[in-house]
Design a protein around this ligand. Structure first.
Ligand code: SF4
Length: 357
C-alpha cells in the first residue's frame, strides 16, 4: 500500500500507525507516487511493445524523466504489432503534458525525454485541437509542444520521430537551442522495394537530402536511427543499397536489428525469408561500417568543449547521447544531475573521454 495526500506530509504519523505501508508521500507528489509504484511493482518488460528500457523507469535517476505524449499508432508497418495491441494514436492533451513536464522540472528533472509510438504524429487524432498551457491557447502539435517544452529550462530530447515532412519544422528550434539538437528517427531501410514491403515512407535520396538540409540548418544535430537487416525478401543487392546509404548519410547514432518475426505481424506472410545466418552476417557487416563512421564522428569532437549532464560521478551525457541507447562522456568528478563543461581529449567508437573545464 502507498499512502499519499496531506497526512503523508507529516513525517512518521502514518508509518507509526501502519508500519507495513510501502511508501508515504505528501500531496500532489505524482513523481513520488510513481517512483514508489515502480520500485515495488515493476511490470514485466515486453521487448516488442515497450518504449522504455527493460529496467523501466524504476532506475531513472532523478535528473531525467520520460515524458509520454501519446499512445498507439496510425501506421501499419508490416513488421510491427504495436497498433494491433495498443490501437490507433491517442494524443494526451497538450496542457496536461506540459503541466506534467513543468512538475518534473520543478522536482529537479534536468532532461525530458519525449516518447510515444509516433512523436511526430502528436495531435493528428484530435485534428491539432487547441488546448491551454498556462492560460494561453496552444495547438496539440509537435512543433507547438516543442516550443512549450523548450521554455521550461530543461533539456528536451525527441524520440521515435516518424519521418513526416513537418519534422523539418522543429530543426530551427534545435538550431536556436530551445530543444536539444537530437533527432531519433527510425529509417529502417534504404531500398525502396523493402521500404514498400515494410509499409514505410520515403526514398533513400529524399532522406539523404533531408538529413543534409537538417545539418545545414543545425550543424550540431545528432541523428539517431534504427535499421533492420534480413527483412523477408531482402536481396544482397538491396542490402548493399542500405550499406551505401549508411556511408552517404553518415548518421551519428545507429542501432541495427536482424529481422525477427513477431507473432501476428503481417511481414510473416511475405515470401523469401532470409536465412538466420545471413540476417546476422548482414547485421555484422552493417555494424562494422557504422563503427567506422561513429568513430570518425566522435574523433571530430576531440578538442571541443561540450556541455554534459552528469549521470553519476565520472559519467555524463552530451546533447548527442540519450540514456541507455547512446554512448557517454567520461571524466573525473562531477555530481549527478549537474551540468559541467567537459574538454574532450579522446574518443573511441562509442564514448568520449575528457576533463571538466
Ligand atoms: S510507426 Fe512505429 S509503432 Fe507505428 S506501426 Fe510503424 S513501427 Fe509500429
Amino acid at each position: 500500500m502507498i499512502v499519499t495526500g496531506c497526512l503523508g506530509a507529516k513525517e512518521g504519523v502514518v508509518a507509526r500507525v501502519h508500519p507495513s505501508v510501502l511508501a508515504i508521500t505528501g500531496p500532489h507528489d505524482t513523481p513520488g507516487v510513481m517512483q514508489a509504484v515502480h520500485e515495488h511493482l515493476p511490470r514485466p518488460h515486453d521487448p516488442y511493445t515497450d518504449l522504455l528500457p527493460p529496467q523501466g523507469i524504476k532506475l531513472t535517476p532523478k535528473h531525467y524523466a520520460y515524458l509520454k505524449i501519446s499512445e498507439g499508432c496510425n501506421h501499419r508497418c508490416t513488421f510491427c504489432i504495436i497498433p494491433s495491441m495498443r490501437g490507433d494514436l491517442v494524443s494526451r492533451p497538450i496542457g496536461e503534458v506540459v503541466q506534467e513536464a513543468e512538475n518534473l522540472v520543478n522536482a529537479g528533472v534536468r532532461e525530458l525525454l519525449v516518447v510515444s509510438q509516433d512523436t511526430s504524429a502528436y495531435g493528428v487524432d484530435v485534428k491539432y485541437r487547441t488546448g491551454f498551457v498556462n492560460g494561453k491557447p496552444v495547438k496539440t502539435r509537435m512543433l507547438d509542444l516543442c516550443r512549450a517544452l523548450g521554455g521550461l529550462g530543461a533539456w528536451v530530447r525527441l524520440h521515435y520521430v516518424y519521418p513526416y515532412p513537418h519534422v523539418d519544422d522543429v530543426i530551427p528550434l534545435m538550431a536556436g537551442g530551445a530543444i536539444l539538437p537530437y533527432l531519433d528517427v527510425p529509417f529502417q531501410h534504404a531500398s525502396p522495394r523493402i521500404l514498400k514491403l515494410m509499409k514505410r515512407p520515403a526514398s533513400a535520396e529524399k532522406v539523404l537530402e533531408r538529413v543534409r538540409k537538417w545539418r545545414s540548418i543545425c550543424p550540431d544535430i545528432t541523428v539517431r536511427s534504427t535499421f533492420i537487416t534480413g527483412f523477408p525478401g531482402e536481396t544482397e543487392a538491396e542490402f548493399e543499397e542500405l550499406l551505401a546509404f549508411l556511408q552517404q548519410a553518415r548518421l551519428d547514432r545507429v542501432g541495427c536489428f536482424a529481422y525477427s518475426p513477431v507473432e501476428g505481424a503481417a511481414a510473416n506472410d511475405l515470401p523469401d525469408p532470409v536465412p538466420e545466418e545471413v540476417k546476422e552476417e548482414r547485421k555484422r557487416r552493417f555494424m562494422l561500417v557504422q563503427q567506422e563512421i561513429s568513430r570518425s564522428k566522435l574523433e571530430a569532437k576531440v578538442g571541443r568543449t561540450l556541455k554534459v549532464l552528469v549521470d553519476e560521478p565520472g559519467v555524463g551525457r552530451s546533447s548527442a547521447d540519450a540514456p541507455d541507447i547512446d554512448g557517454v562522456v567520461r571524466f573525473e568528478g562531477g555530481k549527478a544531475g549537474e551540468f559541467v563543461n567537459v574538454i574532450i581529449d579522446r574518443a573511441d567508437e562509442h564514448d568520449l573521454f575528457g576533463r571538466i573545464e
